[in-house]
Write a protein that binds this ligand. Structure first.
Ligand SMILES: Nc1ncnc2c1ncn2[C@@H]1O[C@H](COP(=O)(O)OP(=O)(O)OP(=O)(O)O)[C@@H](O)[C@H]1O
Ligand SMILES: [Mg+2]
Length: 334
């Protein structure tokens, strides 16, 4: 049972702040999340709710002037929040790697594919050039890149978007990290290539026994790819559970609202409950996400919540556990 395993990464009470134009933006507002070994954990939530900032907090690559002001991120018995810049460099890229939405931001345009993949391999193991090259060819083949030997001499601009994304994933996996943080890694690709990369990621997660955190707006995609899904709202995780629990038994009103935004799959008949039946194909969660610097008393979702009661404007509920695998932060959810 997932909940009985010790967490590989334990985030507790995380707060981050970014001073911006005389205001303080708060991308994390008391965030709790556990990542287990060998799992794929999806993170979903509206644009601006803090998903990218969460991943950047874990690898300590927050924007300049941003700071973690409270909380802990425990990984391999160390609190990443307290590590010095040089201690953090030993973790980042080696033990925890990041896969970005746009591979060109992660790949160096003036270095060949081979030298970039080999450099990542050597972060993990001291290998001779000959052995590193052999391993690079194996890795590119694992990423289903055709003709891997020839690719080593090519440069990022010579590859298609899908192939670049595969090479970027190869550099992430090369150092045998135990965690990969993937921030919408397929959203810049077209739909068929997206599906191939998703299948590949899922296979690699198992083959390399990696814990994968996969951020996406797409709950339907996450439910196919991930073991568990965490729902994020304005700097907090408001619900987390197995993919099945989240999709078929959502307990937080925000999760239910997000699920109503999923348009029916092609060929699926709309039911009376679906957004399409209500005449709104791409329904949005009612109301707007508050500004990132707004201080909201009580539950952060209560101003938009269809079932809020007076107490919701006063108490900010922590996650409680209705089942062994399911956690929800709502006063009204049992
Ligand atoms: N450098 C910055 N300075 C000030 N505010 C920032 C900065 N970077 C991000 N923010 C704010 O932090 C909040 C969280 O941003 P974040 O990028 O994590 O959202 P997100 O959930 O990843 O959104 P999306 O789904 O659009 O990628 C947003 O309100 C954003 O405007
Ligand atoms: Mg983002």
């Amino acid at each position: 049972m997932i909940s009985h395993q010790p967490g590989l990464l334990e985030i507790r009470g995380l707060h981050t702040e970014i001073p911006a134009r005389g205001r303080i933006v708060r991308p994390a507002r008391g965030l709790d999340l556990t990542l287990y070994r060998n799992e794929c954990l999806g993170v979903a939530g509206e644009s601006g709710c803090g998903k990218t900032m969460l991943l950047l907090s874990i690898i300590r690559l927050l924007p300049r002037r941003a700071a973690i002001t409270a909380g802990s991120i425990i990984f391999e018995e160390k609190d990443l929040v307290g590590l010095s810049a040089s201690e953090m460099r030993a973790v980042r890229g080696r033990r925890i790697a990041m896969a970005f939405q746009e591979p060109m931001t992660a790949l160096n345009p003036v270095l060949s594919i081979g030298s970039q993949v080999m450099e990542s391999i050597r972060l993990h193991r001291r290998l001779t050039r000959h052995h590193a090259k052999r391993r690079a060819v194996e890795l590119l083949a694992d990423l289903r890149i055709p003709d891997p030997e020839r690719r080593l001499d090519q440069y990022p601009h010579e590859l298609s978007g899908g192939m670049r994304q595969r090479v970027m994933l190869a550099t992430s996996i090369a150092s045998k990290p135990s965690i990969i943080l993937a921030d919408e890694p397929t959203s810049s690709l077209d739909v068929t290539v997206q599906a191939q990369i998703i299948r590949l990621l899922s296979a690699l997660q198992k083959q390399y026994q990696i814990s994968l955190v996969f951020v996406s707006h797409d709950l339907a995609l996450l439910s196919q790819l991930c073991h568990r899904i965490a729902i994020m709202y304005l700097g907090r995780i408001v619900e987390v559970g197995t993919a099945e629990e989240i999709v078929t038994h959502p307990r937080h009103p925000y999760t239910r609202a997000l699920l109503e935004c999923i348009p029916p799959l092609p060929g699926e008949r709309p039911t009376r409950d679906t957004a399409e039946a209500k005449g709104k194909l791409f329904r949005e969660v009612a109301g707007e996400l508050p500004g990132p610097a707004d201080a909201i008393p009580g539950c952060q979702f209560h101003p938009r919540c269809p079932i809020a009661i007076d107490r919701c404007g006063i108490d900010n509920p922590s996650l409680h556990r209705p089942t062994q695998t399911h956690q929800v932060a709502c006063l009204l959810a049992s």
